[in-house]
Structure formats: structure tokens, C-alpha cells
Design a binder for this molecule. Structure first.
Ligand SMILES: [Zn+2]
Length: 407
């Protein structure tokens, strides 16, 4: 299950999106990815140091046959940092057709980068602070049990999984809507220091196929400096309301609804949606609004209700406690924490009971059509579509290739 595709995208900093129709290089992700992604041209190879390695054994595994280079590495005072051979650390070399070393990189103890290069017949070794590189990765997964299980199976960082759920939170309720067989593809930034990943960046493009419906999201930097996710047609992914007001985490994603009042599971039966989550899980305002009520009310227990623009209001019940400063009259923005999951009132287990009302009448938030935020501006629409259309096709194609490779 270690297959994936790494995208050698040209990167256009002003747009957030890959500049050219992306060229995809299929690779087994078990292998080091660096060689294919080096921006300097030439051929790099990488080996991880193993326990018991000597400099000679590492170089020979890398395919370097160069006595002059070995002599230099053994004698130069800076190059000798390489002798602190730490198991698991990568050594990267570049060599010519005759097996002669052209360059070598190694991240030494203390965080300095050893950079050895050959200048005609002489070698030069330098130690310097390394700079972080930004690399793009493309991975695809399929839901079998939970989103986090699917992410783990393809090595997706948690920060990216949470961003993915957040980006599609206006269209997909990640608590109730996920189905076995749902698929996703994501292009994201990874920061790395000489080949070692040091952190996830932003998602640049993503696709989520939920119950047979395909959603796509693309990060776009507007000329006015704003940055947001938009669908293939330029509509905003940000909705006036999120589908789920409960913060999506590794823990909540595995929490089962089956533990309490299963006979109330359909929306019709109790005019609300239940989100099972551990006590203390943050509950967020699903849309911008004003606190209409925050207090205790019989069966609801600790409850917050919000008045939104238009005829919309929302209600959050069984809270263990309220968010800081949440009291009637206070304005809240979408995503603000208004309370924490609990089981106050008539609740047989910790969960959030959530109601969505139009003209004070409960409606099913999972099916109601909700107003969108503003689309990509008319002036930028053509350049947006030029970027996004080929990329959308590539996302769908990659998903097919990767998942076929993983079967
Ligand atoms: Zn309920």
C-alpha cells in the first residue's frame, strides 16, 4: 500500500497553483523521493546510513567508485563530519557516468549541511546552515474505515488530513457522510531540510469523491491579496454554514454514534443531528452570527443558540461548558469555539445535538441548500479557469493511477 505519485509541478508562487500542466512522475513512495525532485539537474542518488556502516560501504552502495573522492572525504577537516555516521540519516551524492563523485550532501549533527563539490580535479567542502525547500506531493487514498485510517495508509500528515476535512466542510459532513469506497486526492506542500521532511504546508488542490459525487478545491491567491479555496467553476468552497460544528480530529473521527439512543438516529425522529465525540471536544459556530441564548434548558442541558443573517438560526445542546465570552448579544464568526461537547440534559452519552432552523423551524442541515461566499472575481475568472481545468483532469487521472497501483 505504499504507492503514490509525486508531482514535479512547476510552482507559481503568485497563484498558489502549479504553473504548467503538471507532469507526473509515478514512483513508489517507499523509495527516497529526492533524486527525481532535485531542481539542479543531474542525477542524485540517496542512501540511508545503516547501523555498522563505514564511509566506504555507504559510498559503494551509492555506486561511487572514486578513490580521490574517498581520500578527500577522509582527510578534509570539514568533510570529516561525515564520519559521524548516524543510522537512518540520508547521504546524497551526484556522480558522473564513470562513477566519479561530483557532489555530496549530508545533514551533519548540529544541523549544519555538509556540501562537498568537485571543481575540476579539486574538491571543496563547506558547512552551512541549510535552507528549507518546499516540495509538492500528490497522494490519493480510499476510505475503508475512517478518514484517518485512509490517511495513515498513504502516509498523509495529520495536519493535511485536518485541512482536507476543513476545506470541504461546507459540502461534506465528515461525521455522517463518509462511506466505504469514498476517494480523495490531495496536492500539498512539504517543507524539507536536505531530504528530511520537517513539516506540512498548505493544500494547493484536492479532490474528494463522496457517495459518488466529486468535489474539487483549488487554492487561489486573488490579486487583492486574499487567499481561498474555490471549486472548478470558480465558486467559493466556503459556505455560510459548515456541515459539522464539531472539530474534526483523529479522536472524534473514530468515535461511535452507536453507543446511545440509536432509535433517534434519523433526523426526522428528533429534529436535529447528533455528533458523538468525547466530552471536551470543541464545538464551533457553524456560521457567522450573534449569540441569542447561552444557558441551561431542561432536556437540552447547557445549550447555545445563534441567530444568523436572514432567517437562519442554529442550536448546540448537551454542552459540558461554554466557550470563553459566549453570552447573549456577542457576535461570533464561523469556526469560533462556542462550547465543548458534554452530556448535560437528556443525553445518555457525550455528544453534540445540533439543530439548524429556518424561520425558527428545524430543517435538516445535511440536505438544505446553503448560500455560498463570493466566487473568484469576474476579472480573474479566465486566468483561474486556465490554471484549474488541466489540473482538475490531472487530479482525476492521478487518483485512478495511484489507486490502481495500490490494489
Ligand atoms: Zn440529538
Amino acid at each position: 500500500m505504499g504507492f503514490g505519485i509525486v508531482a514535479a509541478f512547476g510552482f507559481a508562487p503568485e497563484s498558489g497553483l502549479p504553473a504548467d500542466p503538471p507532469q507526473l512522475i509515478a514512483r513508489d513512495l517507499q523509495r527516497p523521493l529526492l533524486a527525481a525532485l532535485s531542481s539542479e539537474g543531474g542525477y542524485w542518488r540517496e542512501e540511508r546510513i545503516q547501523r555498522g556502516d563505514t564511509l566506504g560501504s555507504v559510498l559503494s552502495r551509492l555506486g561511487v567508485q572514486d578513490p580521490a573522492a574517498e581520500l578527500f572525504l577522509r582527510s578534509d577537516s570539514r568533510a570529516r563530519t561525515l564520519y559521524q555516521l548516524r543510522p537512518g540519516k540520508p547521504v546524497r551524492v551526484k556522480f558522473d557516468d564513470d562513477g566519479h563523485l561530483v557532489a555530496l550532501r549530508y545533514l551533519a549533527q548540529g544541523g549544519e549541511l555538509l556540501d562537498v563539490s568537485r571543481d575540476s580535479d579539486a574538491f571543496v567542502a563547506q558547512l552551512a546552515a541549510p535552507t528549507a525547500d518546499l516540495r509538492l506531493e500528490l497522494r490519493a487514498g480510499e476510505i475503508r474505515s475512517s478518514l484517518f485510517a485512509a490517511s495513515d495508509a498513504i502516509g498523509l500528515p495529520d495536519a493535511i488530513t485536518i485541512q482536507l476535512a476543513d476545506i470541504f466542510s461546507g459540502d461534506i459532513d465528515f461525521y455522517h457522510d463518509l462511506r466505504r469506497g469514498d476517494r480523495f486526492t490531495v496536492v500539498y506542500e512539504m517543507r524539507e531540510l536536505d531530504g528530511t521532511a520537517i513539516g506540512a504546508g498548505r493544500i494547493l488542490a484536492a479532490e474528494f469523491v463522496n457517495k459518488g459525487i466529486t468535489f474539487r478545491a483549488f487554492l487561489w491567491h486573488a490579486r487583492d491579496g486574499g487567499e481561498a479555496y474555490y471549486a472548478e467553476d470558480g465558486k467559493s468552497l466556503r459556505k455560510a454554514f459548515m456541515r459539522s460544528p464539531v472539530e474534526f480530529t483523529r479522536i472524534t473521527s473514530g468515535f461511535s454514534l452507536a453507543r446511545f439512543h440509536p432509535f433517534l438516529q434519523t433526523w426526522r425522529a428528533h429534529k436535529g443531528v447528533d455528533f458523538a465525540a468525547p466530552t471536551g471536544t470543541p464545538v464551533r459556530a457553524s456560521g457567522d452570527g450573534r449569540v441569542a441564548f447561552a444557558g441551561s434548558q431542561n432536556g437540552y442541558g447547557n445549550v447555545v443558540s445563534l441567530q444568523h443573517s436572514g432567517a437562519y438560526s442554529t442550536l448546540y445542546a448537551h454542552l459540558s461548558r461554554f466557550g470563553a465570552g459566549v453570552r447573549p448579544g456577542v457576535h461570533v464568526a464561523q469556526g469560533d469555539i462556542i462550547g465543548y461537547v458534554g452530556q448535560t440534559g437528556w443525553a445518555t452519552g457525550p455528544h453534540l445535538h445540533y439543530e439548524f432552523r429556518v424561520n425558527n423551524e428545524q430543517r435538516d442541515p445535511l440536505t438544505i441548500a446553503l448560500p455560498d461566499a463570493l466566487p473568484v472575481s469576474a476579472a480573474e475568472r479566465v486566468s483561474y479557469l486556465e490554471r484549474v481545468v488541466p489540473l482538475a483532469a490531472e487530479l482525476a487521472l492521478s487518483r485512478g493511477l495511484i489507486l490502481a497501483g495500490a490494489e
